[in-house]
Design a protein around this ligand. Structure first.
Ligand SMILES: NC(=O)c1ccc[n+]([C@@H]2O[C@H](COP(=O)([O-])OP(=O)(O)OC[C@H]3O[C@@H](n4cnc5c(N)ncnc54)[C@H](OP(=O)(O)O)[C@@H]3O)[C@@H](O)[C@H]2O)c1
Length: 273
């Protein structure tokens, strides 16, 4: 498979380029912003990608890539999906911090090409979302707090993963996150049953999320920690390989891993406590 990586000079772009070989994927396009200081340089010295240089989106030719992975910034989203449309190839969007209008753009574009959107491409977080949905369904009256920690250079907060976990918890209770979100405020009285967020930014933390479900006298904490960016890179590459075989549509990591429905069915069969 010929891969185009968008955001190629970034932390995640570099992790994807380094991991591609293990998946029998050849990086044939490494796409940078129009202001990139790395434009024109050869990419990370991976023998399979010899001769590939950092390029701008406008220079990518039809047939150069079979699929795109986007690990860039939210303000590049419309250009990135326009590139996928121009080339007629699927796109795995891994960039976080998208606005509601941008999420809607993905939905619109997915009428034409396959799109997989994942604020977190790790298999562990995909499973965690299902576990949170199950726990929230069984304990519908608990107060929920989602605590996330990332490196100090992260731009958005709460993280896309924290918001996705909040959505999973709300779905488990038959609500929407907008109805019950307490946001990131720590002051004031917290409404019973709300879903709040706490954000930690420090040094080089790659990504940690804890979902705390509490009710009088006890609490449950479900935690996921990442110690290598390879986890995200490998999940994105696995998603790209899978997406290439799918018809146009909007997909998630849970669709790719096919783990979604089994746990939910289990939850529906249980009596809320
Ligand atoms: N889904 C997941 O599992 C997951 C995991 C980790 C991070 N993320 C998200 O992925 C994104 C990237 O994370 P990161 O840590 O790699 O950030 P980063 O190190 O800041 O890299 C972002 C890169 O995007 C490039 N860029 C900026 N505008 C662009 C444009 N218009 N077109 C193409 N490239 C552009 C920038 O460099 P140039 O100017 O040199 O092009 C930069 O190298 C963030 O939104 C982050 O939250 C997602």
């Amino acid at each position: 498979m010929k891969l185009g990586i968008i955001g190629a000079t970034g932390r995640m772009g570099q992790a994807v380029i380094r991991s591609a070989r293990k998946f029998d994927v050849r990086v044939t396009a490494a796409i940078v912003s129009q202001y990139s200081t790395r434009y024109g340089e050869p990419i990370y010295p991976n023998p399979d990608s010899a001769g590939v240089r950092y390029q701008r989106a406008a220079e990518i030719q039809a047939g150069q890539v079979d699929v795109l992975i986007d690990f860039s910034l939210p303000n590049a989203l419309s250009d990135n999906v326009a590139l996928a449309q121009r080339l007629g190839v699927p796109i795995v969007v891994c960039t976080t911090g998208l606005a509601a209008t941008q999420r809607h753009l993905l939905y619109t574009v997915a009428q034409e090409i396959p799109v997989l959107y994942a604020a977190n491409t790790s298999v562990g977080v995909t499973l965690l979302r299902q576990l949170v949905q199950l726990a929230a369904a069984v304990l519908p009256n608990s107060d929920i707090e989602i605590i996330e920690a990332h490196h100090s250079a992260k731009r958005d907060g709460p993280s896309g993963t924290a918001i996705a976990l909040g959505e999973s918890a709300a779905t488990g209770r038959g609500q929407t996150l907008a109805e019950v979100s307490a946001g990131v405020r720590g002051d004031g009285i917290r409404a019973a049953g709300s879903i709040g967020f706490a954000v930690i930014r420090a040094a080089d933390i790659i990504g940690e999320h804890t979902v705390l479900l509490a009710h009088a006298g006890e609490r449950i904490e479900l935690t996921h920690r990442v110690s290598s960016r390879r986890v995200f890179a490998q999940g994105a590459l696995q998603a790209a390989l899978w997406l290439q075989q799918q018809p146009a549509g909007l997909y998630s990591m849970a669709d790719m891993l096919q783990i979604e429905t089994q746990l939910l069915q289990l939850a529906q069969g249980m009596k809320p406590l």
